[in-house]
Write a protein that binds this ligand. Structure first.
Ligand SMILES: Cc1cc2nc3c(=O)[nH]c(=O)nc-3n(C[C@H](O)[C@H](O)[C@H](O)COP(=O)(O)O)c2cc1C
Length: 208
């Protein structure tokens, strides 16, 4: 139910990206709140995926939600490359593994997600890493609402940026000059149901 409701809310952006949810949802405010909060609270990082890929139509919705994230001065200080082609992903993994010969499975950092979204940040903008992080969060929450599993991935960024032998990967992704790989998001259908990891509410304090 929650999943379907959010899909219908997401579909409101199809024609007009500025459409307000209220104008196209038949749900009450209370119902919308419950669905959205449940969606946030039930999302988990997925590290085991079914081999089945994600349709482009669904990926398009996830990407649209991504680029509608809040971002500094609406600079949209990101570039995104979606890799859903198994051969391209296999090539990237081969290059990565060859770049780290002492690591038995460097490409395991992609967690075998069938779709990897590579997000680059504009190095000229001091808040661009936040923009990319918020974009990734929108993507994983949209994915969750559409029944698609996800994971944010920092390790591939370190592996790729830190080793010149990974240059062919960046060439293949062909980000514009002035952009550097900042975060990856893995997408696919979950083959596990991990428990929520504990959170420390003590980190949050009201200032009286
Ligand atoms: C910036 C960032 C980088 C991350 N990098 C990795 C990673 O490289 N590999 C991995 O397995 N998980 C990675 N994660 C997922 C976190 O480990 C995960 O979000 C955290 O443990 C909380 O679990 P949950 O997402 O299931 O609530 C990353 C998450 C974020 C936000």
């Amino acid at each position: 139910m929650g999943c379907l409701c959010l899909i219908s809310m997401t579909s409101c952006i199809e024609g007009n990206e500025n459409v307000n949810n209220e104008s196209c949802s038949s749900l009450s405010q209370e119902e919308i709140s419950k669905v959205v909060v449940d969606n946030i609270m039930s999302r988990r990082s997925i590290r085991k995926y079914k081999p089945q890929t994600v349709d482009r139509e669904i990926l398009d919705q996830i990407m649209k939600c991504g680029i509608n994230a809040p971002n500094g001065q609406n600079k949209q200080s990101w570039e995104v490359r979606v890799v859903d082609n198994p051969q391209v992903m296999a090539d990237i993994k081969t290059t990565l593994n060859a770049a780290y010969p002492n690591m038995p499975n460097a490409s395991g950092c992609f967690r075998d997600a069938p779709v990897i979204v590579f997000i680059a940040r504009a190095t000229s903008y001091d808040f661009s890493a936040y923009d990319c992080g918020l974009m990734a969060e929108n993507m994983v929450l949209a994915a969750q609402s559409l029944g698609v599993g996800s994971i944010c991935l920092g390790s591939p960024v370190r592996f790729i940026n830190d080793n010149p032998a990974c240059a062919p990967i960046l060439e293949r992704l062909s980000f514009s000059d002035g952009y550097e790989l900042s975060l990856c998001v893995g997408l696919g259908y979950a083959d596990e149901t991990p428990e929520a990891k504990p959170r420390d509410i003590g980190k949050v304090k009201y200032v009286e």
